[in-house]
Design a binder for this molecule. Structure first.
Ligand code: UFG
Length: 331
């Protein structure tokens, strides 16, 4: 199959590219390397450096290859940054998707797998979130993704573009072969930040708020292994290509861990003390996000293999210890 992966040089996209190439698909990656790394694109995928908003480049790419499926990962994804610079999020995320859909429609490419987020839900009183939970994003990042989902749904109605929207909860870990992993600059995600202490790159962790209405006062998140997440994308692709109905799935592990529990787990795993300080709440943070993954399990038969935190921490640790400065040849 010919597959275009937009944003395939980023942390999550690169893990999907690897599974697609391991399954012998012909993969073309388009990425502007704003946050991605060319080195993260595993061979034999073809890498093209460019912006998804560049419609003449998209036309050239779509003219050269007749695509069966498009995967979209090209988005800014930091909650904190989006609170400070919402226009960046609406511009890059939303207008990038519009350009892509326009060209897909022009070339009659009718299948898209879209990377969305639990951030579309915002603060919800529901302990476990289903796909029917109301979406009231608490930050511009989540809002941009909700808008993108809606744009895709209208394109389905108007142009018959079929979609699967995957709403990820907190993705962590690294591919088990150890050649790709997480490398954000600067890093803002909890697990890689906590690992920086035993890696001697950081002296302590600041916990953003300990007065939330949760089990220990710190925020609660549902962590899913990036390899399990990648598997879900391949299942979603097969599902759409079988002509099944366009839809939305949550992807999580259905278990919530508090920020404090993550720190304790990393201490236990590495045997190193992780000093903590309590800081104020980070703007835009929901108190708790836990997925119900019942729908994706029932419809796609997806089941996470790496359900405990140790497996996530173990793969992330191996990646960081073997790549202390992340990818070497680019930034
Ligand atoms: N946290 C700290 N200290 C840190 C870093 C993080 O206390 O130094 C806390 C955050 O406040 C948050 C939790 O750890 O409550 C997890 O933070 P991350 O930055 O790792 O992840 P987020 O939950 O903010 O966001 C991530 C992705 C989003 C996605 C969301 C879905 O970055 O793209 O998960 O749940 F939308």
């Amino acid at each position: 199959m010919n597959i275009l992966v937009v944003g395939g040089a980023g942390y999550i996209g690169s893990h999907i590219v690897k599974q697609l190439t391991d399954s012998n698909h012909n993969v073309i990656v388009l990425d502007n390397l704003q946050t991605g790394h060319a080195e993260a694109v595993t061979k034999p995928a073809t890498f093209i450096k460019g912006n998804v908003k560049d419609k003449s480049l998209l036309r050239k790419i779509f003219t050269e290859t007749s695509f069966d499926v498009v995967f979209h990962f090209a988005a800014n994804s930091s909650v904190e940054e989006s609170m400070k610079d919402p226009l960046l999020y609406f511009d890059n995320n939303v207008s990038g998707l519009i350009a892509l859909l326009e060209i897909m429609n022009e070339f009659a490419v009718k299948t898209i797998i879209f990377s969305s987020t639990a951030a579309v839900y915002g603060d919800t009183p529901e302990e476990v979130i289903t796909e029917d939970t109301v979406t009231i994003p608490k930050n511009p990042y989540g809002e941009s993704k909700r808008m993108m989902e809606q744009i895709i749904q209208w394109c389905h109605t108007a142009y018959n573009i079929n979609y699967v929207v995957l709403r990820y909860f907190n993705v962590a870990g690294a591919d088990l072969a150890g050649i790709i992993g997480e490398d954000h600059r600067p890093e803002t995600h909890l697990i890689p930040i906590v690992l920086q202490v035993p890696l001697e790159k950081r002296e302590f962790i600041t916990i953003f708020g300990n007065d939330y209405d949760t089990k220990d006062g710190t925020t609660v998140r549902d962590y899913v292994h990036v390899v399990d997440l990648a598997t879900a994308h391949l299942l979603a692709m097969d599902y759409l290509l079988e002509g099944k109905e366009s839809t939305i799935f949550n992807i999580g592990s259905s278990t919530g861990f508090s920020t404090l529990e993550i720190i304790n787990k990393v201490e236990e795993y590495t045997g190193k003390k992780i000093p903590i300080r309590y800081g104020s709440r980070r703007e835009g943070d929901p108190h708790s996000l836990i997925a119900s993954s019942k729908k994706i399990e029932a419809v796609l038969g997806w089941k996470p293999h790496y359900t405990d935190l140790d497996a996530i921490i173990d793969s992330a640790w191996k990646w960081h210890i073997n790549h202390p400065d992340g990818y070497e040849n680019d930034c």
